[in-house]
Design a protein around this ligand. Sequence first.
Ligand SMILES: CC(C)(COP(=O)(O)OP(=O)(O)OC[C@H]1O[C@@H](n2cnc3c(N)ncnc32)[C@H](O)[C@@H]1OP(=O)(O)O)[C@@H](O)C(=O)NCCC(=O)NCCS
Length: 149
Amino acid sequence: MIVKLNSTEYVDSLLHLENLCFDSEAWNKRALKELFESTLAHVFAYIEKEMVVGYLSFFAIADEMQIATVAVHPDFRRKGIASSLIESAEVCAKQNGCTIGELEVNVNNHKAVALYQKMGYKAVGVRKNFYPKDKTFGSKDGYTMIKQL
Ligand SMILES: CC(C)(COP(=O)(O)OP(=O)(O)OC[C@H]1O[C@@H](n2cnc3c(N)ncnc32)[C@H](O)[C@@H]1OP(=O)(O)O)[C@@H](O)C(=O)NCCC(=O)NCCS
């Protein structure tokens, strides 16, 4: 079940997911809490048996939906959860006046690149040294990917 989160109620679950999925590059609790203080941010969670097994956050800035994070618990991957979260986010973004989806993804994060391509996003450029550390993927470079919503 996908729910839109409007409060910090699940922030510890989001933190747990961040640590599982992003290791040393995970957002901390403060950064996650700040999402709920921003009027531009939108957060969706995928809940299964009362457990948050996936989440997505994006910022709606003018006509752009800027996807910040997509994370799915390792035990729940390849079941279409990230795809469903992106679909829900796109519906919400369109309702908020967005006409274009945009994101950055590490050039070596092949799973995520495949996910975004499947969802219709296309790489339009490479941002050199976009990521501060290259520990996880062996590169600091990120593709900018976009999609007309
Ligand atoms: C990337 C991630 C979000 C995908 O979540 P998911 O719920 O497993 O994705 P889905 O099941 O919706 O997969 C959709 C498509 O993505 C691609 N994909 C997902 N996992 C893949 C993998 N391990 N290898 C290759 N392609 C993959 C496939 O095209 C897949 O479609 P298919 O299953 O019909 O072949 C998840 O692996 C994850 O949380 N990774 C760590 C965090 C991260 O890198 N997030 C993205 C950057 S912010």
